[in-house]
Design a protein. Structure first.
Length: 296
């Protein structure tokens, strides 16, 4: 399939300008956080998280995955799952606590963040906007308008950082949820995102005109393919790049989103549950051996 995509050219496939943006972020992190001589210097784990996040970001937004997300709904849903459910975790854990404190100390912003990062508000905000985005009329409009697409994507990404903050916050005084509440919080996220996936998975009709053969997908391609390249191509429909029918692709996209979400949420749940369970087990005193002997 990648060979078929070569007709769109190098710029559409590998986004050199986005690669430059990623390299700029990498250099800024090196200067601000790594190349320090004081106690504020980041550790190896934080470096791996942050640069891992940048690599993932380029795969999501700079590699052929981004182009495919405008052709196949399955690729779009995989892109969304990685972008909103995994990428924020890596960045949150990659940036040191002192830097996050500065963000939360900005005069006006600190009050907004204090409100939005409350677990219930964060939960409803992210899942509500994610579901709203996948309403057909909203989705098709966003895919046909560059400014709307960018604005909506960035807004949901911000709420994705917010929804993960109560779980991964490095600021101790903000880490107020017990392990049990965190488990319930993640489970609630999984439940709230399910209706949007279910409607997509079980629909027997084409929901999004963007992925139809009537021209909507050409408008979506214009978001990532240079105009001079796109105008010179003869394209019949998305089926020329996909072995799946439109409905099958749509259903598979919902399944991919749900499975990817379950894997990410399940991994986070395991990292919370098992240390909590072990810490509880360690507090249980074993029966003294002398007492057992007396009993025998």
């Amino acid at each position: 399939m990648l060979q078929d995509l070569q007709i769109f050219g190098f710029r559409a496939l590998w986004s050199p300008y986005y690669a430059l943006f990623i390299l700029t972020l990498a250099l800024a992190y090196l200067i601000i956080f790594i190349n320090r001589k004081d106690s504020k210097r980041v550790n190896v784990e934080q470096v791996l998280y942050f640069y891992g996040g940048l690599v993932l970001l380029y795969i999501i937004k700079g590699s052929p995955m981004d182009l495919m997300s405008h052709i196949m709904f399955t690729a779009h849903m995989l892109q969304m799952a990685l972008y909103y459910l995994l990428f924020p975790i890596l960045i949150i854990k990659g940036i040191p606590t002192w830097a996050w404190r500065k963000v939360f100390e900005v005069p006006v912003l600190k009050h907004v963040l204090k409100l939005l990062t409350k677990p219930l508000i964060a939960l409803l905000l992210f899942n509500g906007l994610f579901s709203l985005y996948h309403i057909p009329i909203v989705f098709d409009f966003a895919k046909a308008n560059e400014w709307a697409h960018s604005s909506i994507s960035i807004t949901i990404l911000i709420t994705a950082f917010i929804v993960w903050w109560p779980i991964f916050t490095p600021i101790k005084e903000q880490d107020k949820m017990s392990p049990l509440l965190k488990i319930g919080y993640i489970a609630a996220n999984g439940i709230l995102i399910t209706p949007a996936c279910a409607l997509i998975i079980f629909s027997s009709e084409v929901i999004y005109n963007t992925y139809g053969a009537t021209g909507g997908w050409i408008q979506a391609l214009a978001l990532c393919v240079p105009g001079d390249v796109l105008s010179g191509l003869s394209l019949s429909g998305p089926d020329m790049f996909s072995p799946l029918g439109i409905v099958e692709d749509q259903q598979l996209g919902g399944i991919v989103m749900k499975i990817t979400q379950e894997i990410i949420y399940g991994t986070v749940l395991a990292r919370i549950f098992f240390p909590w369970f072990r810490s509880g087990t360690d507090k249980i005193d074993s029966l003294p051996s002398t007492h057992r002997t007396e009993q025998i």
